[in-house]
Design a protein around this ligand. Structure first.
Ligand code: URA
Length: 193
């Protein structure tokens, strides 16, 4: 068993916080863990909880469109996961203690994957992973450097569904990501890394 599948197996049995009592599935993540780009959302919604796969509901369909528009394939070019791996009831924001309890899974995913770019989908991931005072409406699309790691936040696709006038701004972020990947020699490495 690879280290990645062993981590996934452990995560699927997680009982580190109360969300384990209401979840139907743990949503570990999906895509290519050898890709250079990691997307991090907030937490599974209803469909994701039912299917055990991130971003498969309406927000996920919009995310797929944004990715396709910049020639990114979610199976091959990136890996997608969430700050919390289990659905918060009624899709409420994950509580700080739930995020903290779940953070170790993400830390281990990052340690094994060693992404070059992390894209935070929405405020919750951006505040936890980039900086606590992140103002996503102003700072989305901006590139932050943490050591060798590049980080960017974009608006959460669910927020774009609620506020379609923000879509062009979010699309700019995806174009920025595309340009960034085109500039980097490691960007096409995918499965061969
Ligand atoms: N919203 C998220 O933040 N993550 C998902 O997986 C689905 C919706």
């Amino acid at each position: 068993m690879t280290q990645w599948s062993s981590l996934e197996k452990d995560c699927l049995n997680c009982q580190k916080c109360g969300l384990c009592s209401t979840r139907r599935h743990v949503v570990f993540g999906a895509g290519n863990p050898q890709a250079p780009v990691l997307f991090v959302g907030e937490g599974p919604g209803e469909r994701e909880d039912l299917e055990g796969i991130p971003f498969v509901g309406r927000a996920g369909q919009l995310l797929d469109k944004l990715l396709a528009a910049v020639d990114l394939d979610r199976e091959k070019d990136l890996y997608i996961t969430n700050m919390v791996k289990c659905r918060p009831p009624q899709n409420r924001d994950p509580k700080p203690e739930e995020q903290e309890a779940c953070m170790e899974w993400l830390r281990q995913q990052v340690a094994l994957m060693r992404p070059k770019v992390v894209v935070c989908l929405g405020r919750i991931a951006a505040m936890k992973l980039i900086k606590p005072d992140m103002k996503i409406t102003r700072e989305h699309g901006k590139i932050f450097k943490k050591g060798d790691l590049l980080m960017m936040a974009t608006l959460h696709p669910a927020a774009l569904l609620r506020n379609p006038s923000a879509k062009p701004g979010a699309f700019e972020d995806f174009l920025r990501l595309q340009r960034l990947l085109q500039e980097k020699s490691w960007a096409g490495e995918g499965l061969t890394k």
